[in-house]
Design a binder for this molecule. Structure first.
Ligand code: UDP
Length: 256
């Protein structure tokens, strides 16, 4: 079941929800024991999807698509789809942390997949010791560098634990392909692709300071810290902005 307040960003669905509404949706999936794929959408992902039919289909078929990036929020506002309550970012790193805390409170089963082995070790220890995660049932803590030949068996073992929440940190689009491939095994799990969130939660990678977040410049901070992202961003962000502006001009002229 998809949500009722969906915008389109360059023909991709994005649900207009804030953090608490997105969390409510997730709690609703748990309550109805429904399997769900939550996508955290940003401008880079939109442009990647335009070039990749498989990714495009996955996004179109996702249960919930939250506006993770400032570019996506900007596009929704510019096109007048934000509605009376506006549209705000729902950063994946925050939504998935809230989902973990909610799962802990409810005593639900959680599986973590992805990240470097040492990061996963740190994260598993954090979840088992910090009071904010009291009650959590961690049923799998699988790093993302396993032997490909063993992948099917590893994932089947995790699915057999019937987790309620599965966080997959393999980066975009690998994590989306992964969730799509194995979703049929996780019959009542909420599955979220969380990118580098495990690195952030364990302090392995620093998230942008609030000043950057407030100015919608989190992407710039990431670029400063991880310059290898330049070519990926340079080939997607201007492309996204131009397409959004072009579409707005066409709309204003009544051509679309
Ligand atoms: N990763 C992994 N296995 C892989 C490739 C990547 O577990 O084969 C992890 C990597 O350790 C990192 C995350 O995936 O924790 C990707 O983080 P990034 O911030 O690059 O994600 P994105 O920018 O794509 O959201």
């Amino acid at each position: 079941m998809q949500t009722d307040n969906r915008a389109r960003v360059l023909d991709y669905p994005v649900d207009i929800v804030d953090l608490s509404a997105a969390l409510q949706k997730i709690e609703g999936y748990w309550a109805s024991r429904q399997s769900a794929h939550v996508v955290t959408m940003n401008a880079e992902m939109v442009v990647q999807a335009q070039k990749d039919r498989h990714l495009s289909d996955i996004i179109n078929g996702a249960t919930l698509v939250v506006p993770d990036g400032a570019g996506v929020v900007f596009a929704i506002k510019l096109s007048g789809q934000a509605g009376p309550d506006g549209c705000v970012r729902v950063p994946g790193v925050e939504l998935s942390l809230s989902a973990l805390q909610a799962a802990a409170k409810k005593g639900l089963k959680v599986a973590l997949i992805g990240g470097k082995p040492e990061v996963m070790q740190k994260l598993a220890a954090k979840l088992q010791t910090e009071p904010q995660f009291d009650g959590i049932k961690l049923v799998a803590a699988q790093d993302g560098y396993f032997d490909k030949a063993q992948e099917a068996a590893i994932i089947q073992n995790i699915a057999d634990m019937q987790p309620d929440l599965v966080l997959v940190a393999l980066g975009v689009p690998k994590q989306e392909f992964f969730i799509d491939k194995y979703r049929h095994l996780f019959t009542h799990s909420v599955m979220i692709g969380v990118g580098g969130s495990f690195d952030v939660w364990t302090g392995t990678v620093e998230r942008a300071p609030e000043s950057y977040q407030k100015m919608h410049l989190e992407w710039l901070y990431r670029l400063k810290k991880e310059p290898w992202r330049f070519s990926r961003m340079a080939s997607t962000l201007p492309n996204f902005a131009l397409q959004v502006l072009f579409k707005m001009v066409l709309l204003r002229k009544g051509l679309r």
